[in-house]
Design a protein around this ligand. Structure first.
Ligand SMILES: Nc1nc2c(ncn2[C@@H]2O[C@H](COP(=O)(O)OP(=O)(O)OP(=O)(O)O)[C@@H](O)[C@H]2O)c(=O)[nH]1
Ligand SMILES: [Mg+2]
Length: 698
């Protein structure tokens, strides 16, 4: 059931913000928009040359371009200023509640549209399913699970008690609706700060608020995700920005959800607080980003306005961050940007003169370090434009722009360019039909009536090849994972025994699971390389066989005619390897677990069980996320490709011998030469948008 509240209120908030600043900040994203426009024009010219069959395909490609929505996930320590930064990036300094209290408890996706929104919801909040919620509550989230596995019964009891308080609060806030709400969603036709606050923030002081209809955080503990939709004409392209709960969230209840958000977005911004930076190393955070390629990560050191000498301290902070990431095998080459959401939001609100004196002092210090100049306009006032520039937000957009074009932008462009090139090839074939019988060649001709059956055979062969390849690659992957897992448990257990023999039972022993993560990551990388190469080979061979049908069926020139294979799907990074496991928590329960055991045997057996249950879960996630899931993912582009070719070849083969009406239909009667020239120009453009790695492949 969907509760639709679309009509409660229709106005979206639009505070008197300085939209020019936002526009100049996000202008860094323009190259992506230009790429998409260029592709769109090339497709349009193909549509103009082609007939009706082509136009339905070109419409679909245009739609795909319009719907391209790259996403960026913001992650970081609690209170580093993720939400404040998001507010600045979306040009609504007060939309998402950012404060010491409340804290973000829900992954919130803000969908920014560069085109006006028509009749669609502005806010959609989804609640947990009942069983999911029960699992979280009764199992105590990851924290409870860990406490349970580590045998820390008293900790588990503490977690359970805290959760019970939370559940009671939820019941109190939600009343008898509680169970009815599970699995539901709430949709609204408007968006404002108060609405968002009701769903996405938890806080310590909320239970004192007795107003049951609009209380802050009223739905927050049962909300699983929030999707907000905004029209932002300042944005040259659509973009989705995801705000997430702080990594060291109390119950780690949302760890899985945050990891899923990172996995889905191809870029992520790690927000650190300048005064903590990485001095107090947050390993949970590093684990989370360790499995993402450096190219996809931007580190934003926020709150530099709180530093006494940001200009002087920045280099030291950057070095220490790099060292920490390197020490923990994370993405050490990630770009680091310094800034302040506080400055950005003041600039947007046009009230830079109201900033804290200390913050202003820090700004001046930072300006001198960055530009060598004072950020003042001729009247001696701080200028919003300078403050905005110094806030780091425009730099952040620049960094994101290149990442987005390299990842999602490139994938969309590549997909569209390939499909459009194949449409262009079909038009060339139409032209060949018009020009007359194929020229002499040593190609064995093929009756056009046989084309559909030939295509079916190609499809079957490709499917079979993928199945055969994966029948080898997947078991090898599983074997490698299992070997890593068993080897790790064995090594850890013998290290434990050695420790017991040397130091006895009273001295606490710890063991770092980084080694296991690295082995599992290597297994993933080997799998990724092998499966990608295998899929690419099958796609290339399939495209070559399809190309052959054109050569034989229509006498196309083998030197100039080609069919583009579909793009190989990109594997999402193995973010789940960063999941917290009991060995990561060696400070607390681990010590207690250790102390509560007596006797070598008890240690070894219990330890084996504990580690195995933790690492087995990690290995199982890897197996289910990749392996045969990758095989399935490889099928879709292949089937789409064959289906598009089926439409084209059916259409071409039905034309049979050319008669004057066909000439008109094909749009290649009069002025054919001009059209061929236009087609070749469009093809040139499309070729530029093919992703380099895949163009190299053939
Ligand atoms: N001085 C200063 N304060 C900031 C800045 N960014 C955020 N804050 C403050 O830090 C506190 C936390 O900010 P949030 O944006 O809620 O931080 P968050 O990372 O989203 O916090 P959680 O969601 O709880 O993890 C608030 O009081 C903000 O006003 C900044 O750049 N400078
Ligand atoms: Mg937040």
């Amino acid at each position: 059931m969907i509760i639709d509240r679309t009509f409660e209120r229709a106005e979206m908030l639009e505070p008197a913000i300085n939209a020019d600043l936002l526009e100049s900040g996000v202008s860094a994203l323009s190259p992506i928009a230009n790429d998409l426009d260029e592709l769109s024009q090339a497709i349009e010219s193909i549509a103009e040359i082609g007939d009706r069959a082509i136009s339905s395909s070109t419409r679909k490609l245009q739609q795909r371009l319009r719907r391209a929505e790259p996403s960026v996930t913001m992650i970081g320590q609690v209170k580093s200023g993720k939400t404040s930064l998001v507010n600045a990036m979306i040009g609504c300094p007060d939309l998402l509640p950012a404060d010491v209290n409340p804290w973000t408890s829900v992954v919130t996706s803000i969908h920014l549209s560069s085109r006006p929104l028509v009749d669609s919801a502005r806010a959609v909040f989804r609640f947990f399913e009942e069983d999911e919620w029960k699992r979280l509550m009764q199992g105590g989230g990851r924290l409870g699970e860990l406490a349970g596995r580590a045998g820390a019964d008293d900790d588990l009891a503490k977690v359970a008690a805290q959760l019970e308080t939370m559940r009671t609060k939820s019941l109190y806030r939600l009343g008898d609706k509680f169970e009815l709400l599970m699995g539901q969603e709430h949709k609204y036709g408007f968006l404002d700060a108060e609405l968002v606050e009701r769903y996405v923030c938890l806080g310590d002081d909320f239970e004192t608020d007795h107003d049951t209809s609009t209380t802050r955080g009223r739905f927050a503990d049962i909300t699983k995700s929030a999707d907000l939709y905004m029209y932002r004409p300042e944005y040259p392209v659509d973009l989705c920005i995801r705000d997430t709960p702080g990594v060291n969230d109390t119950f780690m209840m949302r760890e899985q959800i945050t990891m899923r958000a990172i996995r889905e977005s191809r870029s992520c911004v790690v927000v650190l607080s300048a005064h903590q930076a990485m001095s107090s190393v947050d390993l949970a955070l590093i684990r989370l980003i360790a499995n993402i390629p450096s190219r996809s990560v931007v580190i934003f050191v926020n709150r530099i306005d709180e530093l006494a000498d940001p200009g002087g301290q920045a280099n030291t902070i950057a070095e220490s961050i790099r060292q920490t990431i390197k020490d923990h095998h994370g993405p050490e080459d990630a770009q680091i940007i310094f800034g302040s959401a506080y400055w950005a939001n003041h600039a947007l609100r046009r009230n830079v003169s109201n900033m804290d004196p200390e913050s202003t002092q820090a700004l001046i210090n930072w300006a001198e370090a960055e530009t060598g100049e004072m950020p003042e306009d001729p009247s001696g006032e701080l200028s919003s434009a300078d403050v905005w520039e110094l806030s780091g937000i425009p730099k952040l957009f620049e960094a994101l722009s290149s990442r987005v074009s390299d990842t999602v932008g490139r994938e969309v462009s590549d997909y569209v360019a390939r499909s459009a090139l194949n449409l262009a090839s079909s038009l060339e074939t139409s032209a060949q039909l018009v020009e007359g019988p194929p020229r002499d060649s040593n190609v064995v001709p093929l009756n056009r009536k046989a084309l559909p059956a030939e295509l079916d055979r190609i499809e079957e062969r490709c499917k079979q090849r993928i199945a055969d390849d994966f029948a080898k690659i997947v078991p090898e992957f599983h074997e490698r994972l299992d070997r890593a897992n068993v080897g790790f448990v064995d090594r850890a257990t013998s290290a434990l025994i050695k420790h017991l023999e040397t130091y006895g039972e009273l001295s606490v022993w710890t063991y770092d699971p980084t080694g296991l993560r690295i082995l599992l990551r290597t297994a993933f990388q080997v799998f990724s390389r092998r499966s990608t190469a295998a899929i690419r080979k099958v796609y290339d061979e399939g495209a070559k066989e399809v190309c052959d049908l054109y050569l034989r069926g229509f006498g196309m020139d083998p030197d100039s005619f080609s069919i583009e294979p579909p793009a190989v799907p990109v594997l999402p990074p193995p973010v789940f390897l960063g999941q917290t496991i009991a060995l990561d928590m060696n400070a607390g329960w681990w010590k207690r677990w250790w102390r509560s055991r007596r006797g070598y045997r008890a240690y070894a057996a219990d330890f084996g069980d504990l580690i195995k249950s933790e690492t087995d879960a990690m290995v199982a996630t890897l197996k289910s996320d990749y392996g045969s899931a990758t095989q399935e993912a490889a099928m879709k582009p292949l089937l789409d490709f064959i289906s598009a070719q089926r439409t084209i070849l059916n259409d071409l083969s039905m034309r049979g011998d050319v008669c004057p009406e066909d000439l008109e239909d094909a749009g290649l009667g009069d002025g054919a030469k001009q059209k061929i020239a236009a087609l070749s120009a469009a093809k040139q453009v499309l070729m530029r948008h093919l992703a380099p790695s895949t163009t190299e492949a053939h």
